[in-house]
Design a protein around this ligand. Structure first.
Ligand SMILES: C[S@@+](CC[C@H](N)C(=O)[O-])C[C@H]1O[C@@H](n2cnc3c(N)ncnc32)[C@H](O)[C@@H]1O
Ligand SMILES: [Mg+2]
Length: 214
């Protein structure tokens, strides 16, 4: 058995999911993390909220802050229309490596690009190095303390347009309090809170949708 949980999850996916079928990859990760070992994927319950927001937004250009094993990237990618592109940022090289394998196995590698590095280093390069003008949907799911500064970076670099949608996971926890205060009180966003539970548990958690109004 692999030493790292992340490698054990990868092994489970390779053995139990169907190559080229992203839904089976998502389902096999959820099954493993509910039955065997907890892991910090957005998970099946909050995943349905994320799915709904992605479908409503119908985005072409997407950014994810915090890839982990590529669960949410695969989940999002399975809903994207042709030509849409998700850039997902991950600073931990072990996580990035596993995510690339999972994304490839799911068959969504043409829609998803894993960018290795920290969000604070990569966000300022999105325009010049990755040809991004602005972003239709941002999934914020790294560490709560970075939610606000990274949102402000996106604002300051004009990466958000009127109507850009931010979706932030784990706002039921205090580490994202400054972010919540910012989006709810700056007058620059229309916010909606979706109460739910922490992935694979019955602890209260929530997802925040914040639509940039300029
Ligand atoms: C909660 S996990 C992401 C889960 C993933 N979105 C999913 O639902 O499948 C958070 C990830 O963010 C990464 N991370 C934390 N801070 C970061 C930063 N400043 N820049 C890039 N990655 C970061 C961690 O290494 C970890 O893999
Ligand atoms: Mg999360």
């Amino acid at each position: 058995m692999a030493e790292l949980k992340e490698h054990r999850i990868l092994e489970h996916v390779l053995k139990n999911a169907v190559c080229g079928d992203p839904q089976s990859v998502v389902d096999s990760i959820d099954q493993y993390c509910r039955q065997k070992e907890w892991a910090m994927n957005v998970g099946d319950e909050k995943g349905l909220i994320l799915d709904q927001i992605v479908k409503e937004t119908d985005p072409l250009v997407l950014l994810e802050l915090g890839t982990y094993l590529g669960y949410s990237a695969t989940r999002i990618a399975r809903l994207l229309k042709s030509g849409a592109r998700l850039l997902t940022v991950e600073m931990n090289p072990v996580h990035a490596e596993v995510a690339k394998k999972i994304i490839e196995f799911a068959g969504v590698q043409d829609k998803v690009q894993v960018l290795e590095g920290s969000t604070q280093d990569i966000i300022p390069k999105l325009k010049a190095e990755y040809g991004i003008k602005n972003i239709d949907l941002v999934f914020i799911d790294h560490y709560g303390e970075r939610y606000k500064p990274d949102t402000q970076l996106l604002e300051d670099l004009s990466l958000l347009r009127k109507g850009s949608v931010l979706v932030a996971d784990n706002v039921g926890f205090s580490s994202s309090a400054e972010f919540l205060d910012h989006v709810r009180t700056s007058g620059r966003y229309d916010c909606t809170n979706y109460p739910a539970h922490l992935e694979y548990s019955n602890k209260p958690d929530a997802v925040e949708k914040a639509v940039f109004i300029g």
